[in-house]
Ligand binder design. Structure first.
Ligand SMILES: Cc1ncc(COP(=O)(O)O)c(C=O)c1O
Ligand SMILES: N[C@@H](CCOP(=O)(O)O)C(=O)O
Length: 432
């Protein structure tokens, strides 16, 4: 598959080149040249397909011929070695748990898939690649875990100091080896802007091969479309009309769901559920797209003021505002309301949701008011114990810690503090 830049000023790239470059030379995000819907027999037969069979069929067109089918099968099998259960809360709301992987957030699938693709492309190549990644909490840990020890790859993670949870910070600062954490005096948007600037800095790019492991990178972004198929498989025999409420920050996940819809998955509608960082909610209300500096919330991984992937969403719906509105609703919720929702979910359903999932639950409730005959699935994007302080404070019950969380708790944080793009550049030049 070839990919074009959404800034339309760069040459098209193969899947391999798009993965290795991350961002196109004109600073545009890559987008597939074509999307061929899967045959209806695939959806008719989905009950008989395993997760790996579903994922293989869904991603094949986007990665071939650069990744041959037998290699792709192995990559998909290695990536998806954990579960994606749907838990039904009531007749109209379910949650899809995306936190059963090694770092207990939905980023594990994309990070593991991309690491394996890059590992494959690098196998006969002695050139080192530096993976730059900006994180508001979960991408960093998932990428650190997914790329740990991958031959020829150095990972540099930028995260906003004091704005990620303690567990998230441990996950991205304690692995060592080929992983370095840069603690940025700023917001997630500052981190993301620095990463994008680095890709365009010829002094850097002439000396080192830089790529991104954010959802900018098609190999990190596209595998997220699997989730929507896994949920559909578990629910389609019970409910005719399924909508998804996606807790959204950088908008990669909801946009991946839209790719699943383009492949033919019968998704009726998407809800982008936001905390108070709500540029897209405001856009759908006013038709004016105005980015704003992010504000800090209890669903910190969604503290994004300038979401990278909205441009891909515009591309999917051909920049037609009305088509977008037919397919996407968006709501924004305060921390106070989110905490009330966490308590409501706990009291009514004996289910502990994390703050991001709770924002998704609120999105379902808001949408269902006007669409009562629909079944809404909110994505539970991270395990509640990643946000232990908030969760225990709200539900007032001590949470048992899963082994993945226990494993990082006692470890010592190692980070390098930086404030500006010059600091990042100096650091990168030092490690070349
Ligand atoms: C737990 C959690 N929920 C939701 C999001 C938002 O996802 P996206 O950036 O794909 O919109 C993130 C960050 O990516 C996250 O870590
Ligand atoms: N919420 C993310 C922010 C980066 O999103 P990405 O999908 O573009 O990597 C995080 O947890 O870091």
């Amino acid at each position: 598959m070839n990919y074009y830049s959404l800034n339309k000023k760069a040459e098209n790239a193969s899947f391999k080149d798009a993965v290795i470059k991350g961002l196109a030379p004109d600073k545009g995000l890559y987008f597939p040249e074509s999307i061929t819907p899967l045959p209806s027999s695939f959806f008719d037969n989905i009950d008989n397909l395993s997760h790996t069979e579903i994922a293989f069929e869904a991603i094949k067109q986007f990665v071939s011929p650069e990744i041959p089918n037998d290699i792709l099968k192995t990559i998909v099998e290695d990536t998806l070695n954990f579960n994606f259960p749907v838990v039904q809360l009531n007749n109209t709301i379910s949650t899809l748990e995306l936190f059963h992987g090694p770092t207990m957030a939905f980023k594990d699938v994309g990070a593991r898939f991309m690491a394996r693709c890059l590992g494959y492309f690098n196998k006969d190549n002695n050139e080192e690649v530096t993976v730059l990644v900006a994180t508001s909490g979960d991408t960093g840990g998932a990428v650190a875990n997914g790329f740990l020890g991958v031959k020829g790859v150095n990972v540099v993670i930028l995260y906003p100091s004091g704005k990620v949870s303690d567990i998230q910070e441990k996950q991205l600062t304690t692995l060592g080896k080929n992983i370095t954490a840069l603690e940025v005096n700023g917001t997630f948007d500052d981190c993301q802007a620095m990463v994008k600037t680095a890709f365009l800095d010829e002094e850097l790019t002439s000396q080192m091969q830089l790529t991104s492991a954010n959802s900018i990178n098609v190999a990190r972004w596209l595998p997220q479309l699997f989730y929507f198929m896994f949920a559909y498989k578990q629910l389609h025999n019970k409910y005719e009309e399924i909508v998804f409420s996606v807790p959204s920050g950088n908008f990669g996940n909801v946009c991946a769901g839209m790719m699943a819809q383009q492949l033919g998955l019968p998704i009726k509608h998407f809800i982008a559920s936001n905390n108070e960082n709500n540029v897209v909610t405001r856009y759908l209300q006013t038709q004016e797209y105005t980015t704003k500096p992010s504000v800090q919330t209890i669903s910190n991984a969604m503290d994004v003021g300038d979401p990278s992937n909205f441009i891909r969403i515009q591309e999917i719906y051909k920049n037609a505002f009305n088509t977008l509105k037919d397919n996407l609703s968006s709501y924004s919720f305060s921390d106070a309301i989110t905490k009330e929702a966490m308590l409501e979910i706990y009291n009514n359903y004996n289910y502990v949701a994390d703050p991001h999932g709770a924002v998704g639950y609120l999105g379902c409730k808001a949408y269902l008011k006007d669409h009562p005959n629909t079944h809404c699935v909110f994505l539970e994007t991270a395990h509640p114990t990643k946000f232990l302080d908030v969760v225990e404070d709200v539900v007032k019950v001590k949470q048992p810690l899963p082994p993945q969380i226990k494993a990082v708790m006692g470890k010592e944080k190692v980070s390098v503090k930086i404030s500006t793009y010059s600091d990042l550049k100096a650091f990168l030049l030092k490690i070349t």
